[in-house]
Design a protein around this ligand. Sequence first.
Ligand SMILES: *Cc1c(COP(=O)(O)O)cnc(C)c1O
Length: 370
Amino acid sequence: MKWRVPFLDLSAQNEDVAHGIVCDIQKLQKRLTFIQDEEVAFFEREFAEFCGVAHCVGVGSGTDAIELTLRACGVDVHDEVILPANTFVATAAAVVRAGAQPILVDCDDDHLLIDVSAVTSSITERTSAVIPVHLYGQMVPSCNLLMMSERGLLVIEDAAQAHGASYEGISPGSLTTAAATSFYPSKNLGGYGDGGAVLTNSEVLTERVRKLGNHGALVKYEHDIVGFTSRLDSLQAVVLRHQLRRLSERTTQRRNAAERYNNLLKGAEGVRTPIVYHGGQSAWHLYVVRVKNRQLVRSRLSDVGIETMIHYPRPIHLTPAFTHLGYRRGDFPVAERAAAEVLSLPMFPGITVEQQEYVVDHLLRIIGSI
Ligand SMILES: *Cc1c(COP(=O)(O)O)cnc(C)c1O
């Protein structure tokens, strides 16, 4: 199907960088260092600088970034790790893969971010870490991150949707144990395949993550521990360096698009628009509204060529892979209601005024008619 307004159109932003990337890939083809090329180190340094943190370690994916950080911090089968029920499955999967016990908490109804008071009341003597998720591009406020560290928890931010986000000028990874991020192609900073990174101010953690992702060795054939194969490959680093140079400009385009949606939807009945914390600068990975009769609204939008998505149709505790955790429907009412109502509207750098007006015009018409 040819959409009048696709959910995500990466063609314009790909054209921007395509030529430069091809030239740098040709240079890489001459060097033949497809793993651990200098481009990886350059990207790590540039991205750390962009985020205002001391270190960045490239890994194989965003999920790996979370898992390796947990392992590098010594989290294991004896530990409980708190995370929100309203997130992508990868956050919970990383905890299970690290061998720890995921403890879910609800989100707050305004921002759909982790409920900090629920974190506090879920802490037991086994709790070692918490994973706040900067969902949809909005950072969990710094004061909340600090409150969690002050409770003695390792704080590992899931920043897979938050490249370019900040709160009072502070980016993910600056105040906490670490931030884990993903370079999956549809993220705000995306590669030509899978990739991820850990951002941290800790040199010790940096070395441990790097070792874990590189067969347990920092120096070739000096394997101190059993590790994994989880590195950011040279090809992705080439692509990401070009994408990173345009990230600020693209984030501004997303912010302008979000503001335009906010204005077009102002005062509209039957649509809840996203709320950003005072002091927060969302990266607007997604523009998520809430509506009743979501399925019907979505299919009517689809009939007029507007593609939408749902992030996410099920909270973690109602996802088959996590039923073993023993939670039930009703345990996290805010997350459950959100899962039934959220609707992600088309959002990407370069979305036009006409496209956004077309989306809002039809959305309001559909909601008014049902
Ligand atoms: C994309 C995403 C991940 C996982 O990243 P991968 O690179 O696909 O492993 C984790 N958490 C959130 C919130 C995400 O959006």
